[in-house]
Design a protein around this ligand. Structure first.
Ligand code: 2DT
Ligand code: MG
Length: 215
């Protein structure tokens, strides 16, 4: 199996606006990886279970207010606090499936259009974190995502803001991104990412070095 190589686990990230189907796809992928004998874990960012994540949760639920720079740094810190554990798992051969990561950090903050919190600045503070081997970007029109049972009332869950986030994502995409039309049925979408996932899992197992943000 793909875990038998001398190398490492792969870092696979799901990105997209709210309610595009990331969590469903993450679960389907985790299940299928495990069925194939690939050792894998599913994490999500923000990780609301840490001290820092608790503050982020209060902010998102509108129980706390923080300025845009301060909350941005919390999201970043919430990744850095998990850095060593991520690196350890990957080095030990575990594939990590992430429901959001640094790409959300850049897209959501840059969408606010605060002059000193542009995409360049946002990228710079991710330095030292592992880069994704594959970013599965689930692209969806915000009008369609909003129609999926509506938003949950958290901060950012507004169609106008989601449109800005979507343009920021479009500007971030590079050759490591697989853009999929997220309006498709879940099983069909899952089928469309299997080959790309297999490829990065095999390359990682064969020893391809892990990249670093931001390159
Ligand atoms: P969930 O709905 O997936 O729990 O995300 N966000 C996320 C940021 O603004 N910056 C980040 O670095 C990350 C990881 C996206 C909650 C919201 O948090 C936003 C939606
Ligand atoms: Mg949400």
């Amino acid at each position: 199996s793909a875990t038998a190589g001398p190398g490492r686990g792969a870092l696979i990230v799901f990105e997209g606006i709210d309610r595009c189907g990331k969590s469903t796809q993450c679960s389907l992928l985790l299940e299928s990886l495990r069925k194939q004998g690939v050792r894998a874990e599913l994490w999500r960012f923000p990780d609301r279970t840490t001290l820092i994540g608790g503050l982020i949760n209060e902010y998102l639920q509108k129980q706390a207010s923080l300025n845009d720079a301060a909350v941005h740094m919390l999201f970043v810190a919430n990744r850095h606090e998990k850095r060593e554990e991520m690196l350890r798992l990957l080095a030990g051969g575990t594939t990590l499936v992430l429901d959001r990561y640094s790409y959300s950090g850049v897209a959501y903050t840059a969408a606010k259009a605060v002059p000193h919190l542009g995409a360049g600045f946002c990228r710079s503070v991710e330095a030292g974190l592992p880069a994704a081997d594959l970013v599965v970007y689930l692209d969806l029109d915000p009008e369609q995502s909003a129609a999926r049972g509506g938003f949950g009332g958290e901060r950012y869950e507004k169609v106008e803001f989601q449109k800005k986030v979507r343009s920021q994502y479009a500007a971030l995409a590079d050759e490591r991104w697989l853009r999929l039309d997220a309006s498709q049925p879940a099983e069909q979408l899952h089928g469309q990412l299997a080959a790309a996932v297999r490829r990065v899992v095999e390359r990682a197992a064969a020893g391809e070095p892990l990249g670093q943000l931001w390159d």
